[in-house]
Ligand binder design. Structure first.
Ligand code: KG4
Ligand code: ZN
Length: 350
């Protein structure tokens, strides 16, 4: 694709609806946040212990139009003031993607604006470059560890639209492993924050748990063996509800095993991308204090900088979608209004 750098002089609207957050944001041409709204559907899905795609799509459909209007009102703008409309077009749940991108495309046609089909993973990858987030904007190439409920990847971010996958999970995403383990321990959904809280009072050495792929070459991840080991451990306990102290020890042992795995993979990734000065961690699991601290230690030891965007920008949001839109517009990249939604859309396919 031919690229011609472009100057952006008007704001960009971003829409996110790929999973269970409905979000809209308006960013000024330099990336300043003019409006930022997120509606979480956690309560809609909690009874089912996970995201139900059909419920998610319907919730996006009922919430999105008013949310976009609110975001524009907060920013004091109308559609005609915008430079472009950006929406997540994949990867994700197809129903939600169709709602968000369908809305964005309809509005783009009506207001005669360019449409930007944003890859959700690239949006996470570029968030760290949002002005004001760090003293200096991270320069390419940098290393991204994307640690969420749906994704677990290690990516060399080499430029806008230029990404190299260094490794990914062979089975469960790391957030999924937290959620499933939390469920085994009888903790509430979503399990990650509950498990971290339980782990605080536990002994991380109490139960020796496996660390799949540890000290193997490469940056792939695997968590299903660890989860199975926890399931067997729980099954081996005396019948009846798990005592709180035992649950805390298992939670702490699990969290430490995950942290060891992530640390080991990060070391390998840094060896594969020696030119990277910055490591970005993103996704809901990046909220975990034990994980942040351990990966931060590795970065410091290697003379690198670890950036963990604030939680609201680490988890799914529309600021990152609008910002990816600005980065792509600046790089001269826009999409056809007929650009499809892609439930599977690896970063290297950009
Ligand atoms: O990025 P995110 O909000 O949504 C996607 O999956 O795209 O990530 C949600 C995941 C869930 O699996 C949740 O349990 C996990 O992030 N999570 C955590 C923590 N907070 C959220 N995992 C571990 N420790 C946490 N403090
Ligand atoms: Zn995400």
């Amino acid at each position: 694709m031919e690229r011609k750098a472009a100057l952006i002089t008007r704001p960009v609207l971003g829409i996110e609806s790929s999973c269970d957050e409905t979000a809209a944001a308006v960013l000024g041409p330099d990336g300043e946040i003019l409006a930022e709204l997120v509606l979480s559907q956690i309560a809609d899905h909690a009874a089912f212990g996970g995201v139900v795609p059909e419920i998610a799509a319907r919730a996006h459909l009922s919430a999105l139009p008013a949310l976009v209007q609110d975001a524009l009102r907060q920013a004091g703008l109308g559609f005609s003031d915008l430079a472009a409309i950006a929406a997540t077009a994949g990867p994700g749940l197809i129903g939600g993607l169709l709602v968000g991108s369908g809305y964005a495309r309809g509005a783009a046609i009506a207001a005669n604006l360019p449409y930007l089909a944003i890859n959700h993973l690239e949006a996470h990858a570029l968030t760290a470059r949002l002005p004001g987030l760090t003293d200096e904007q991270p320069q390419f190439p940098y290393l991204l560890l994307l640690l969420s409920g749906g994704h677990c990847q290690c990516v060399a971010v080499e430029g806008v639209g230029r990404h190299r996958l260094l490794g990914a999970t062979l089975d469960d995403a790391v957030g999924e492993a937290f959620d499933k383990t939390a469920k085994l321990l009888g903790l509430p959904y979503p399990g990650g924050p509950a498990l971290e809280a339980a782990a605080r009072t536990g002994d991380p050495q109490h139960f020796p748990l496996p660390r799949p792929l540890l000290r193997r070459p490469g940056c792939d991840f695997s968590f299903s063996g660890l989860k199975t080991a926890v399931a067997q451990l729980v099954a081996a306990q005396p019948p009846g509800p798990l005592p709180q102290a035992v649950a805390a020890d298992i939670a702490a042992s699990f969290q430490t095993a995950v942290t060891d795995i992530l640390a080991d993979r990060l070391e390998n990734a840094l060896a594969l991308l020696p030119g990277a000065e910055t490591i970005i961690i993103a996704g809901g699991v990046a909220a975990n204090a034990a994980i942040r601290a351990r990966l931060g230690d590795i970065a410091t030891r290697r003379g690198k900088k670890l950036i963990a965007p604030p939680l609201r920008l680490c988890t799914d949001n529309a600021v990152m979608v609008a910002w990816a839109g600005i980065e792509r517009l600046r790089a001269g990249l826009v999409d056809e209004i007929s650009a499809p939604c892609r439930p599977r859309w690896p970063l290297e396919a950009l």
